[in-house]
Design a protein around this ligand. Sequence first.
Ligand SMILES: O=C(CO)COP(=O)(O)O
Ligand SMILES: O=C[C@H](O)COP(=O)(O)O
Ligand SMILES: [Zn+2]
Ligand SMILES: [Zn+2]
Length: 309
Amino acid sequence: MPLVSTTEMFKKAYEGGYAIGAFNVNNMEIVQGIVDAAKEEQSPLILQVSAGARKYAKHIYLVKLVEAALEDTGLPIALHLDHGEDFEICKSCIDGGFTSVMIDGSKHDFETNVALTKQVVEYAHAHGVVVEGELGRLAGVEDDVNVSEKDALFTDPDQAAEFVERTGVDSLAIAIGTSHGAYKFKGTPYLDFERLEKVGKLLPNFPIVLHGASTVLPEFVEKCNQYGGNIPGAQGVPEDMLRKAAGMSVCKINIDTDLRLAMTASIRECLTQNPSEFDPRKYLGPARDAIKGMVQHKIKNVLGSSGKL
Ligand SMILES: O=C(CO)COP(=O)(O)O
Ligand SMILES: O=C[C@H](O)COP(=O)(O)O
Ligand SMILES: [Zn+2]
Ligand SMILES: [Zn+2]
């Protein structure tokens, strides 16, 4: 089976009230941990590659790893560029075998974002590749932050509808309070579900993407800190909020930080408990298992994509 597009995945996810996990990949153990979990859960899957990942592992190695995963599992897997910042990187991924790209023009003003996104959509669609756009600023806020501050950061629903109409994007990442990394909220976690609902009403049957959606699972943070790490006060998006979003118009949920934490916690524990060990397989193997367990939990208990092939 070749790499698939996200079109069919999102259609089914939208109708079924669940979401597809989009996991960032950087090396073999990460790819294997994720796909082993998806295979056991019989879940569709998006593997995504950032510019940083391409720089670290090289485009060709990542593509070949994902192709190997495809052959090994027979699962419907989409290969997606995460946060493409310009036309050139999107073109390079479209030409290089990706089935989906993100053009992240969110740092630009609205008109520049529209023009850039449209340019990528035209090239991508001519090559059978789908495009994710982004509108709004990813930032965590306190739940008592006032309306005008939220309006300044978060995606404006009317603008989102106009953006989709004018660019022809296939999915849209919006800002409703999530943010990248391990420190998403200082106080009580808050997501603007009212805003998400408005976007959903203005864009019926249209897949919405949530970036910065790791939960920052306490078990991994605690294990990192227990075994010599120093990541105090880390906090992510609670699982019930992700379930709620998946039941609305959110069809793609991006997860990277949880992979990093699961992997690092396992490696820290392993090396601390076996100080004389220096065979990388002895700590990368358990790290791969930790990723698998975490991803399986997400698919089964949070995303709801088990058995949705
Ligand atoms: O959005 C992401 C990748 O694009 C990852 O978000 P996290 O940092 O919450 O894992
Ligand atoms: O959105 C960011 C992802 O977590 C990718 O991170 P990266 O750019 O460090 O690879
Ligand atoms: Zn962005
Ligand atoms: Zn992101």
